[in-house]
Design a protein around this ligand. Sequence first.
Ligand code: HEM
Length: 468
Amino acid sequence: MTTAAFLLLKIEHAGPARAWLQEILKGDLTTAEEIPREQRERRHACLNIAFTWHGLKALGLDEDALQSFPYEFRRGMAERAHVLGDTGPSAPEHWDFGGKRPGSPPPEDLHLLVMLYARNGDVLRNVLAHQRQRMAAQGLRELSCQHAAHLREEKDGQIFFREHFGFRDSLSQPVIRGFMRPPPSEDYDSPIAAGEFILGHENEYQEKPPSPSVSPRQDPHGRLGPAEHGNRKDLGLNGTYLALRKLEQDVEGFEAFLEQNKALAPIDSEDDAKKKEWLKAKLMGRWPNGAPLKPDQHEAPDLGSHPPSNAFGFVREDAGGLGCPVTSHVRRTNPRDSLAPNPDLSLKMNRRHRILRRAVAYGPSGEEDGKASSGRGLIFMALNANLGRQFEFIQQSWMNHEKAGRLFNERDPVASNHEGGSITLPIKPLRRCVMDLQSFVTMKGGGYFFLPGVKSLEFLAHLQPPAV
Ligand code: HEM
């Protein structure tokens, strides 16, 4: 699917909204159910839905069940701005939705996220028009609609996605044990326990993640299975949490930064493009073509028809970050084997802080608009079973950790919010430092959502709200 629309809706009338849920469960909703390949290939559009905590309340879930959700989800993303580093221009006061900007949809009105994906723009327009008509008739008010489309690159029959700064994206993803084809044997780590991403399954602690539940009273028709603890019913089974962030990318600012600082590259030639590519790669932690960075490598290796490798660690060849800087985006967001006290423990710890990323670019691509447009970025989505231990941890303790690598006042150079700050590039014989780093990414809106499993959706669709 190449193109997408993300709709945020308010549930104005719970009864008709539940009837709409019952309707989409009969066919429109895309589930994880295995279907024959030909059927999958014939599919032209996909539809997924997710609820905020306020949305579950608006649908009629009782207080007892609502309180069984984890703290971060109940608070919502805007209330976690201090943890996520969403300050200054990225603060909720400036968000397009889900924040506190007067006139924009506030978090308590954001109830439902409808994610529509389609093979092309025409299909998307048709599906969108059809769904809009149905939703409007069934007590759902549209608050915002964000279009997005993958920036696709086709090479030797393989398809890659790029993001607006020009890097291939979505190369490194956790493989879920028992649910996905195992990675090639040379990959840097083995598949991750399903319970890191899907509720109701064992996680990397060999236990089931905390799951929301309801009292048996709310489930008179026995649609839900028993919960792990107490005499309760499990609302979480096969569900997950989604952190959605609209991240605006300052492509011109990023390019201007590369232009201004290209002299940092230890490249003895007049080739400015090569120098800028080197600097860009050092900030990201991969070459734009996706190849991992190695010490003493001054230009991107030609990958030929091979996909970029994910089979790398840092400790053996690159402990000091002469290839991939310790503070680069990729090394911060997945330090692999490089955390103290040793590689084995590092890999083990890392497995408890993974996310499944599903990002789609929005706004015109550089080629289309003559490179002069603002309003470009990423609809960033992270799926995980524990928002605090996975998504928030990566953002707070790795991306925004100011003393990572025994440095000072540094954050993720690409994706963090900077107010001053610097980036240090380890280079022989002397490291180089850029002070007063600007933000290249600004947070524009977002929220925390719960994606229920099919059985839980059926339960929600037939929910009998508590008598008042
Ligand atoms: C506009 C903002 C962002 C951009 C442009 C961006 C771009 C990229 C790119 C190009 C890669 C390398 C390709 C790959 O390994 O798949 C990457 C990897 C990654 N990013 Fe981001 N990213 C952004 C925001 C975020 C945020 C907010 C998070 C998490 C809170 C995040 C987490 C990750 C992770 C976990 C990886 C994989 C690292 C690995 O396994 O080696 N990114 N990102």
